[in-house]
Each structure stands twice: as structure tokens, then as C-alpha cells.
Design a protein around this ligand. Structure first.
Ligand code: SAH
Length: 252
């Protein structure tokens, strides 16, 4: 059996209880070494064999999983954040299906949640935005043309960009071609929830310059949108005059 597990954004105590239990019980751990906090590997038992997938191809990863399966052992495939975002898990799952190896998936705290926590931000502020767009700037990995940054930014919705901190000029340009203006608030969050976390608050117009000054080129998220400014409407849910399924609103 193979367990895909989300490691969380960095801080080792942000893995789920289930994820931690699976790590403790694993015979084999294959972890995404570029971003998973190695402290999590201390949960592994003394006989556990540990592989760093940053140095492996998909075929090698699958080979390790198949050998463990043959020996009747369990493998944990440990991905950063939540496996469902930029985790390259689907190709592993399809390959396991093809050879009849069973697997399951334990979610984790994605870094976009870690970054919001670092900023004490809420992506979905009433009267500001009720939508979060998660995407990336096209680079060596292409993005479908209909999802180019300017098109996505045309909504003016809250945005989080993964894998793009090394392309801040292009990001800035794309966002400005959309509904964002130079003064729209933005932030770069480097290694959210790690001890070396760095937060750079800026505007869309100063993204590239701010990233350069802070020396951030990777392992960061770019957040942009009016959800980072101080004005919003209060929620209906907790408004005394609003009736919900759980509470009757007071008439004024
Ligand atoms: N599955 C992961 C994303 C993997 S892609 C998740 O859910 O978070 C790798 C990219 O995620 C990095 O280039 C960076 O943009 C972002 N990332 C991962 N961990 C991060 C962290 N702690 N702080 C900021 N960005 C992070």
C-alpha cells in the first residue's frame, strides 16, 4: 500500500495527525526533498528506508514503491503542502493503478493557507472578493494560453501564485495587464511557517523591485488583490440582523 501524504507548508507540527501516524508506521518514505521539512523524517521508525525524490525520476520513485509492495511493505510518499496542488501525484496514481498497487491520499495544509496565516489575511473578504485564483506564471512549465496571467487577473479576484518567485517582472506585467493597478496591495511570502519565513508587503507595481531587494527567487508565494487592503464589509453570517439556520436575526 502506498500512502500519499501532505506534509504541510513547513513547520513540522502542521502535518495532520493521520499523516504523522502514517510516517511513524512506514517501511519506506519517499519525500519531496526540495521543500519538505526534514524534521518530519524524525517520526520515521529505526528500520524505515528513506528516499529523497528530488534526486529521482518518476520511474525510480515507482520502482521503490513496487519493490516495497512486493515485500508486503507500506510506503509513504510525502509531498509538500497538499499533494493536490503542483504535486505531480496524478501521474504516480495512474501508474500505480496500471500495476494494481493500492494507494490513498492524506491531505495537508497547503502553503497558500500557510501564507495567509503568516499575513493574518482572509482571501474571501465580503464586498472585496469571494474568489481565490490559484495559478502560476508560465516558465519552463507552460500554462494553457487561456489561463495566461493577464486573463486570470482580469477578474480582480484574490490571487495566489505558486512557482513564480523567480519571474517577478513577468508576474507584475501580467497582473497589471489585468484588473490590478500599481497600487493594488501584494505580498511575497518566503518559506511560510518555517523559522526563516520572510514577509514582504508591497504593491503590484513594486513586486519585482521588492522581491529583488529582499533577495527572494524561490520557495515563495506571491499574493495580490484588494483582500490585502484594510477595507471590507462585515460578514452577514455574524450580523445581529441576519437570520441563519442556527440563529434568528434581531429586527432593528
Ligand atoms: N503542494 C504544495 C505546492 C508545491 S509547488 C502546496 O500545497 O503548497 C512548490 C511551490 O509551492 C514553491 O515554488 C512555492 O511557490 C510554494 N511553496 C511551498 N511551500 C511554501 C512555503 N512554505 N512558503 C511559501 N511558498 C511555498
Amino acid at each position: 500500500m502506498v500512502h500519499f501524504v501532505g506534509a504541510g507548508p513547513g513547520a513540522p507540527d502542521l502535518i495532520t495527525l493521520r499523516g504523522a501516524r502514517l510516517l511513524r508506521e512506514a517501511d519506506v518514505i519517499i519525500y519531496a526533498g526540495s521543500l519538505v521539512n526534514p524534521e518530519l523524517l524524525q517520526l520515521a521508525g529505526p528500520d524505515c528506508r528513506i528516499y529523497n525524490s528530488a534526486e529521482m525520476t518518476l520511474e525510480q520513485v515507482l520502482g521503490v514503491m513496487a519493490a516495497a509492495e512486493q515485500a508486503g511493505q507500506t510506503t509513504v510518499r510525502l509531498h509538500t503542502g497538499d499533494p493536490c496542488l503542483y504535486g505531480a501525484v496524478r501521474e504516480q496514481m495512474d501508474a500505480l493503478d496500471a500495476v494494481g498497487i493500492a494507494y490513498d491520499d492524506t491531505p495537508g495544509v497547503s502553503s497558500f493557507c500557510g501564507a495567509a496565516a503568516a499575513l493574518n489575511a482572509e482571501y474571501t473578504l465580503p464586498g472585496v472578493s469571494q474568489t481565490l485564483i490559484i495559478s502560476r506564471q508560465a516558465g519552463r512549465t507552460p500554462v494553457p494560453e487561456k489561463e495566461n496571467l493577464a486573463a486570470l487577473a482580469s477578474h480582480g479576484a484574490s490571487m495566489v501564485l505558486f512557482l513564480s518567485a523567480g519571474m517577478l517582472e513577468k508576474v507584475q506585467e501580467g497582473l497589471l495587464q489585468g484588473a490590478f493597478v500599481s497600487s493594488t496591495p501584494a505580498a511575497i511570502v518566503y518559506k511560510a511557517t518555517w523559522p526563516e519565513e520572510k514577509i514582504v508587503r508591497c504593491t503590484v507595481g513594486t513586486l519585482a523591485e521588492s522581491g529583488r531587494k529582499a533577495g527572494i527567487r524561490s520557495t515563495a508565494l506571491i499574493l495580490a488583490g484588494d483582500f490585502l487592503q484594510p477595507e471590507y464589509e462585515r460578514s452577514r453570517l455574524y450580523d445581529p440582523a441576519f437570520t441563519t439556520g442556527f440563529r434568528k436575526g434581531e429586527s432593528k
